[in-house]
Design a protein around this ligand. Structure first.
Ligand code: 13P
Length: 254
């Protein structure tokens, strides 16, 4: 049985430490008794220290990115060692905004992923197709290529330690959610690929989140699908009440 995981990706929002703290102080008591769903909040780097009020709670802290070197002349980048020093447990890698706006390649994401695993960070790795690719019937080809390249060289244990987030790019921030059937179909395909590359245990154990316009009113039907293990939430994760409603949907979907 896979444990559901809800991630709040704040993107470049709530970056002022006090602003982050205000939200988290509301969220902590709301979710304090939930132990059958993993909860991760990924604020901007500038709010990561404020998020240390989450230490000793059931909410884990995630970063939204990192570089694959320990230290050095890499202006503007953040080392996984720095994240570990702040007790950060998760890191989002390969988000479509990183891929499309900042030109991150599968190869770069693969390097970051291997480094995150080596440092004991739990990676949440995003994959997903553009609207034109879906409309051209290429969704599965795109997913296969991203899987092959992004997860290149991972052994079974490393794959099991990785969370995959399927985020169709056309559904991100658009209010246009994938239907539960559309999402589940891709998640099932991802499991098929994992079965081919590894084995049935890996295919059945890796957690696959859906991401793209998840809201309190569509979360439950998505999370009830067999292959969907929770969600990576953008806009609706910025307020404690709406994120709590989505987390409750994950609890209920068991
Ligand atoms: P929205 O929930 O705002 O569509 O963002 C999804 C996302 O990109 C999460 O990583």
């Amino acid at each position: 049985m896979r444990k559901k995981i809800i991630g709040g990706n704040w993107k470049m929002n709530r970056g002022a430490p006090q602003d982050a703290k205000d939200m988290l102080e509301k969220l902590i008591p709301l979710v304090k008794d939930i132990d059958n769903v993993d909860i991760v909040i990924a604020p901007p780097f500038t709010s990561l220290t404020a998020a240390n009020i989450l230490l000793n709670t059931n909410i884990k802290i995630g970063a939204q990115n990192m570089y694959f070197e320990d230290k050095g002349a890499f202006t503007g980048e953040i080392s996984p060692k720095f994240l570990k020093a702040l007790n950060i447990e998760y890191v989002i890698l390969g988000h479509s905004e990183r891929r499309n706006i900042f030109n991150e390649t599968d190869d770069l994401i693969n390097k970051k992923l291997k480094k995150a695993l080596q440092e004991g960070l739990n990676p949440i790795v995003c994959i997903g197709e553009h609207l034109e690719e879906r409309e051209a019937g290429k969704t599965k080809d795109i997913i296969k290529t991203q899987m092959d390249k992004t997860f290149f060289g991972l052994n079974k244990k490393q794959m099991l330690d990785t969370v995959i987030a399927y985020e169709p790019i056309w559904a991100i921030g658009t209010g246009k959610t994938a239907t539960p059937e559309q999402a589940d179909e891709v998640h099932e395909y991802i499991r098929k690929l994992l079965n081919g590359k590894y084995d049935a245990e890996t295919a059945n154990s890796v957690r696959i989140q859906y991401g793209g316009s998840i809201k309190p009113d569509n979360a439950l039907e998505l999370f009830q699908k067999e292959n969907i293990d929770g969600g990576l939430v953008g806009g609706a994760s910025l307020e404690a009440e709406s994120l709590y409603a989505i987390i409750k949907a994950a609890v209920k979907s068991k």
